[in-house]
Structures are given as C-alpha cells and as structure tokens.
Design a protein around this ligand. Structure first.
Ligand code: ANZ
Ligand code: ZN
Length: 867
C-alpha cells in the first residue's frame, strides 16, 4: 500500500552508504558546482501547516533534482525561534520559552522527516541558541562600530496589547499592529536604530540587478524605499521678520521646483525646529500643536499662521512676501519637514489654502496644460508650459523650466538638486524577554559601552516562569541588569531591551555557510563560496520586511569585508520564488451563507448536503482558518496517503506562485498514477528483452516511444531548472506512464525499449516521489532478476537526440472519437498502414471484430467507421 512505502524506505535508506536518513546521495562526487537552495525557515510553532508542506516540497524536489544532476546542493533548515508567540505561550503555560521552543522544534523535525524533506541537518541554525545569538549580538556591535547602530529618543509605535515597540514596517496602513492587530499608539522612548537609510540608494539601485526576482516584490521594495528626486530650496526670512535665534531661513524639499512662481505659503511640520522655537513663546501655537497631536486626523488641513514671519521667494525677491504656517499635513520625518505650498498646482496645498484663507482666496497659477485650459481647481499635471506669471521663464515647458530654475538656484546658493528617501532607520529595541539582548552597558563614568567580544554572548537569564505582560521583562531581573562596566570595572547597568526578531533572521543565510563556527560570525571563504542563495523560496508576505533587512545586512557585511561578492554588489539572493497560499475547501450553507462545521455536512453522496435542510452546500476555497472549519493537516494527510502522493498532489494542483485550492478528494488521481507505475514495474521488468538498445533498429512504434521519452526528459528538466512549472512535471510523468501502459500491450515494441523507457521514467520521478520510485525500481529488479541499488543514487537522465523520424504519428479516430495514436513509417502504403493500425494492440482493442464500414487516411489522422 502506498502509505506504507515511506516507513519501509526510510528504514532501508538509512543503511545505505552515503545515505542521509532520508535520501541516499549520489555515489559519484558532485561535479557541477554549488546550488544553495533555501526555503524560508519557520517559526517553531510546533505544527507543520499546509504552507510549510508546500514550500518544503518545492525546495526538496528542487534540491533532489539538482543533486541527481551533479550539483553540490546545500539545502539547509533552521528555526526562527525568538519572538512573541513563544513568550506568550510561556506566560500562559508557566514554562520557560526555551523548553517550549525546544519541544516544538523536535515535533516539527519529525513532521519534516515524514514528508521526506531532505535537509542538511548538520547546518541547522536556531536563533534562540546562545551559539547563534552570540553572533546576532556581534552583528549589532559591528554596526555600532561603523556608526550604523545608534540610540535616539523617538516617537515610536507602541503596541498596547503586546506591550512593545514596533518598527514602521510592522504597522499596517490602518495604523494597526501586524501581530496583535491593536491600534498602535505613539510614545516617546530612547531606542536603538540601525541605519538602513544609509544604504537606501544602493538598496534601490540594485533592485535592477535582481533579474530573477518577481517584479511585484521589486515594486513593493521600490515603493517602500521611496526614492524621490527633487530640489532643496532655501527661503530666506524677509527684512521685517523677527530674526529667530537659530535660523534665518527655511529649507523645503520639492519635486516641482518649476512651480516656484506659484508658492503662496511655506508650511512647517509640528516638530520642525522653528515651530518648536516659536511655540516656546506662543501659547496659542502650543495648544494648536497639542490639539493636532491628540486628534491625529489623517488628512487634516488645519493650519496655524506664524504672525510676523515672512519669507522671500528665492526665484525672484520682488515677488510678494510669503507667509509661514505650521501644518500637521507636513510630515516631520520626510524631506526637510517643510513644504513650499503651491495652491495652484497641488491638491493638498489647494485644500489647505482654501481652508485657511477662505474659498475666494486668489490663486497664483504659473503652469498651464500643454493643450486646452484648466477650468477649476489646481492644475497638477507634470507636463505643461509656464505662463506670463513666470517672469523670464515664461514660455518654457515644465521640464525646461525645472532645469533652468534649478540652475539659477544653484548659482545663487539658494537650492541644490537632492534625492530623498521615504524609508526610515530600523528601530530594533523591543521591551520583551524572548529575544537576543542588546549587548550594551551603561556606566555613569564611561557612558554607553559596547560589550566586548570576549564577553559575548550576553546570555538571556533563565526564568522559571514569565509572569504577566509587564513590558520589559529583563528590567525586572536585577542579576541581569547590574553588571561590571567592561571599560572601568565600576558598577554599570545593562540595556534591558532585546532585538527585533527580524534582526535574527536578517543574517541566518550566512550562518548556514558555517553553522558551527565558534570563533567568528562565519568564515569569509565559506560564505564567499556558498552565497548568494541560488533559490530562496517563501511567502510573498516577506516581500518588504525580511527581504529588505536581509539585503541591507548582506550589503553591510559585504561593505565591511565580512564576505565579498563584487559581481552581485553584495546581494544575498539570486533567485526569489514566492509560492502562493494554500486555501482550504469550505462548505457554505446556501440559506444563510454560514460556514458549515464538518459534522453539519453530509459528504457521502455526489454533492455535499447540508444535513439540517437537505439542501446542497456550496463549496468555496478560502484561506484556512478555524472559523471556517477548512483546515487540513499535513501530518494526517501523509499518514493516510503517504508522503509521495501528498507531495505529488501539492505540486500538481497549482503552479508554484498561484493560490492552491487544497482538495483532498483529488489525491486519488495521484494515487492511481503511482499504482500504475508499480504495476508497470512488474510487467515491464518481466518482459523479455534483447541485451542492448540498438537505436538503428527501432521500428516506428519504438522510435515514437523513444522520442517521447527524450521529449519528457527535456520538458521535466526544463521545468525543474528554468521555468519552475512543477505542476506540468506531474502531468509529464502521467502522460509517459499512460503511454507505457499502452505500449506495453503493443507487440511491436520490444521489451528492451520498454525497460529503457521505464527506467528513465522512474529516474525522472525520483525527486518528487522518492519512495514510489524506489519501490518501483525494486519490483522491477526483482522481476528481471537484477541486483537492486538505490535509484536515488542514479544520475539525472540526459536526453538523447531524437531519432530522425521517417515515421509519422497518426491520430486514430473511431466513429468520430479519438481513441489512440499510432506511429508508422511515412513510406508505408495506405493499405499496409490500415492493416497495421487495425492489427495493433489498440486496434484490436477498439475495432476487434466489428465490421469496418469505411477508412479514410488523412494527413494526420486515420478515420475508421465501424458498424
Ligand atoms: C511644491 C510642489 C508643487 C510639490 C506641486 C508638489 C506639487 P514625493 O514625490 O513623495 O517625494 N513634500 C515635501 N516634503 C514634505 C513633507 N515633509 N510632508 C509632506 N509633504 C512634503 O513628494 C514630494 C512633494 O511632497 C514635494 O514637492 C512637496 O510638495 C511635498 F505642484 O513641492 B512639492
Ligand atoms: Zn565605566
């Protein structure tokens, strides 16, 4: 039985020379260079879900393929083991998160074995292991050394449910936490940041060399990085303005310097330096700021004019003086935290102007559309021509004006071409227990002191049980907090925050190269020869956070010479494969659209029926969730059908990047196919055969089979190595299997050709269905009295040139139905051809001794009409 094959073969493989417990390796040394194939490592929740099953099936199939092909494949696995779920579970169950995590890892490892995923366990990494996080801390210190890790007081995103700070990336567009879903609050705290913005230009530019990344992922990263090319423009205070103590001008950032003649106000962010200074002496402004911060209206166009403060238009000092406002719509962290307001050409500025100056306030237009006119509201098109309001620039197109005006500003020292980025530095401090402690000590005498290398790791103190969500757990453990200053030996205190777990996963790909190194983060040569990753497979939900951090850290490590990778600019991942989600079969009550529980549906008939009403339930496929009763458990499925059928099914149901509708009932199709293969092993193994395949002597039918085998090899190889159309691989297997079943009945095809073809088939199958391929091979060997050696140790088939076909493939139609195809020499006369077709195995099957009324031979087809 198919489900029994796994345990049989797992037992046998273990005892083979060169066997891992799951996959016997090729006997010959790999010769084709390395392939580093990595599925994104999981969070050790304790249960393997369908998404895991899908991603590890894909990566496992690919690594088995490349191994057979002669590559030195590295296919590692690890555990993204720090983080909140473990901490919360530990609080709930009153156990040490380390214990909980460890037992989860053990469970998941055995589930991975049961799906026959062949990982290089000698490279295993676990981010909560001190031997790993020691180096996460080292990475932090390296960044600190290079001025990339710094502390600053910041308005941070505070998750009131999880009681921790979140990175910008972890807050969604609705202002909710990615984890808890809570509405995020603002708080002001001293936090550690990593300087990802220093790498923004490279992170943006090098998206261009990531040719094998999905374009939607690159687009998301482009938007996140948010490169914007524009000009910083300086507006000097006018003569009558009260001079501020610290400034005499306001700098703004604009992408439309060509609209300078339309500037009617300048607006400052709520915490711009000048705003703060003015607020000190103006309680009205102070209460305006307080109100705005409290209400925090997303699209507020409120404004507060600073009395007596005017600035001069830098393009022409004779233009009217410009008032200055404080406005919440100006983002303090972007550009210069100040905007030159152009009501005539910008939607937001237009609204602001109307709201603060009244609906009839005059508007100063300086750009007109290239054709026609703008009747109402602002003209926001980038293409246009400057009108007579634009002085000596009148008549220029916006493009020309932008250049000319920029040049004048540069010449008068009032402007500079500038590129700005929307991405912010990465906030990594977390007030949680279950993470890598930040390796920093605070000493009254020496200040902020990095923990020296020889004192790493800063160990997480053991806790018997975590009690409650009290924010920063480490600050409540005096033995942890109090320490000796590494610099002066005096009394000092440790930083009590842990690092964002995205920091742990930002560099694990490198640790795979040298997982057991006790003296360094990793050996440079080992990293140089293993990275970049050849194929990185995982969910598209990591398009921004994890993948951007990984690129940043990789580029940083390359910039410090920790590894070198000049040809690929320090990029860590060559090809990114984003697999689609797995959706579950969901039954819906047609009357009230409610999801039906398993015991509310009768599945015994041809259609699912709502037990209560007797009506037919509708079926949809939805994201698996408890509330929809549509979950499926990989472990159960493997137990019931065997790993091979489950793997085959998951690949066959959808192209890798598409959503996969998991419908267990369809697995029988895969099982039917595998049973056919096992039956073929017996019959073909038993067939008598000549000693060698003599290609010169193949008849038409044999040539056809031979060529089909070659085409299948080419197609499957291509799917694995180039297109990753793994669903068509399964249909290729099925087609060749069916042809072998058919040709096995054909007396014209000699045993040797069948045997040859069958062996190619099972070699092609080995990466996807290792136990079934192995079983088939054993049966085959038994039937033909051969000594068995593992088929998994075989080389990958190499396609032979097609045999020049003086044969032709005819489709045979009987009474209007296509029944089979028959290949015959092109030179065969019509009557001989008809005789051969009718006397072939298929002919006998379909025509038998029925009377033939008529036969027509067309170019491609033979049409037979019987009574
Ligand atoms: C004048 C202007 C006229 C603008 C016009 C646009 C259209 P991106 O492309 O996103 O970089 N801006 C600059 N800093 C800002 C801040 N801190 N908060 C809010 N808005 C800010 O957008 C650049 C444009 O956004 C800039 O160009 C500026 O408005 C505004 F017809 O300057 B513009
Ligand atoms: Zn000190």
């Amino acid at each position: 039985e198919l489900s029994k094959l796994d345990s049989k073969w797992l037992g046998r493989w273990k005892n083979l020379p060169l066997g891992t417990s799951i996959n016997p390796r090729k006997l010959a040394q790999p010769t084709k260079g390395k392939k580093f194939i990595v599925p994104m490592f999981p969070y050790p929740s304790g249960v393997l879900h369908m998404g895991h099953l899908r991603v590890y099936t894909i990566s496992d199939v690919l690594s088995r393929f490349f191994r057979m092909r002669g590559y030195d494949v590295v296919h590692p696995m690890g555990w993204d083991a720090f983080g909140l779920p473990a901490e919360n579970a530990a609080i709930e169950r009153k156990i040490d998160p380390a214990t909980w995590t460890k037992s989860n890892i053990a469970k998941m490892k055995s589930q991975m074995a049961s799906m026959l995923a062949d990982f290089d366990w000698e490279r295993e990494v676990t981010t909560c292991d001190p031997e790993y996080y020691k180096w996460t801390q080292k990475l932090f210190l390296l960044m600190h050394e290079h001025g990339l890790a710094y502390k600053k007081k910041a308005e941070i995103n505070w998750d009131p449910i999880d009681q921790t700070v979140l990175a910008n990336e972890q807050v969604d567009a609705q202002g909710r936490s990615w984890r808890s879903g809570a509405l995020v609050e603002k708080k002001s705290l001293e936090q550690w940041f990593l300087g990802i913005t220093k790498f923004a230009p490279e992170l943006k530019a090098d998206l261009d060399i990531l040719e094998e990344w999905p374009s939607e992922v690159k687009t998301m990263q482009t938007n996140w990085i948010g490169e914007s090319n524009g000009t910083t423009v300086t507006f000097l205070f006018n003569e009558q303005s009260q001079k501020s103590a610290n400034s005499q001008s306001i700098t703004t950032f604009t992408t439309r310097v060509d609209t300078l003649f339309s500037v009617q106000y300048v607006a400052l962010a709520l915490d711009h330096e000048i705003t703060k200074e003015v607020a000190e002496g103006d309680h009205n402004l102070r209460s305006f700021i307080r109100d705005q911060k409290l209400t925090e209206q997303e699209d507020s166009k409120a404004g507060f004019q600073i009395k007596g403060l005017y600035v001069i238009n830098p393009i022409d000092p004779d233009l009217p003086k410009i008032p200055v406002f404080v406005a919440p719509y100006v983002i303090s962290g972007y550009g210069e935290g100040a905007v030159m307001g152009c009501p005539a050409h910008d939607e937001r500025d237009f609204e602001f102007w109307r709201q603060n100056m009244g609906g009839n306030a005059p508007i100063m237009r300086s750009v007109e559309p290239l054709e026609g006119t703008q009747e109402e509201g602002p003209y926001t098109g980038k293409e246009g021509v400057l009108n007579t309001n634009a002085g000596k620039f009148s008549g220029l197109t916006t493009k020309e004006a932008l250049k000319a005006m920029q040049s004048q500003l540069v010449a008068t020292n009032l402007g500079t071409p500038t590129t700005k980025y929307k991405i912010r530095d990465w906030l990594i401090s977390r007030q949680r227990y279950w993470g890598a402690p930040i390796p920093i000590v605070y000493c009254d005498d020496c200040g902020t002191v990095p923990v020296p290398d020889e004192q790493l790791p800063v160990l997480l103190p053991k806790v018997d049980a975590l009690v409650g969500k009290n924010g920063s757990a480490l600050s409540n453990i005096p033995e942890f907090v109090n320490c000796e200053c590494p610099s002066c030996g005096g009394h000092a205190k440790r930083d009590t925050d842990t690092m964002d777990t995205f920091m742990d996963s930002s560099w694990y790909l490198f640790r795979y190269a040298d997982a057991k190194n006790r003296n360094a983060i990793f050996d440079k040569e080992k990293a140089n020869s293993l990275l970049p990753v050849d194929m990185y497979i995982g969910g598209v939900e990591h398009a921004i956070l994890h993948l951007l951090y990984t690129r940043f850290v990789s580029k940083f490590l390359s910039s410090t010479g920790e590894w070198t990778n000049k040809e690929f600019n320090g990029e860590p991942i060559r090809r990114l494969v984003t697999q689609g989600m797995v959706h579950g079969k969901t039954y819906v009550n047609p009357d009230n659209k409610r999801f039906l529980k398993p015991d509310e549906v009768d599945l015994t008939g041809p259609q699912p029926v709502v037990k209560e009403t007797g009506k037919i339930a509708s079926i949809t496929f939805e994201k698996m969730s408890k509330s929809k009763y549509n979950g499926a458990d990989p472990e159960e499925c493997i137990l019931k059908y065997g790993a091979d059928s489950t793997r085959g099914h998951i690949l066959f149901q959808a192209p890798v990047t598409d959503v996969l509708d998991w419908d267990e009932t369809k697995i029988v199709g895969i099982q039917r196919w595998l049973r056919k293969v096992l039956t073929l092993a017996e019959t073909i193994g038993n067939s008598k055969s000549a000693p060698e395949l003599d290609l010169g002597k193949l008849n038409a039918a044999e040539t056809n089979l031979f060529n089909t085998v070659q085409n299948t090899i080419v197609s499957v190889t291509n799917s694995f190595s180039k297109t990753l159309t793994l669903n068509t691989v399964i249909s290729d297997y099925m087609k060749l299997t069916n042809k072998l079943v058919e040709d096995g009945q054909n007396s014209e095809i000699s045993g040797i050709v069948l045997r040859y073809s069958f062996l190619e088939l099972i070699r092609l199958m080995a990466p996807v269905t290792p136990s079934a391929a192995e079983e088939a091979y054993e049966i085959y060997c038994g039937a033909s009295h051969l000594e068995w050696t593992s088929i998994l140790q075989a080389d990958w088939p190499v396609p032979a040139p097609l045999i020049g076909t003086n044969t032709h493939d005819y489709k045979v139609m009987i009474n209007g139905k296509f029944r089979f195809s028959h290949s015959a020499e092109k030179t065969l006369g019509k009557d001989d051809l008809i005789t051969k077709v009718i006397e072939s195995a298929n002919g006998r099957k379909y025509v038998g001794d029925k009377t033939i009324k008529n036969v027509i031979v067309k170019k491609d087809a033979i049409v037979i009409i019987v009574k």
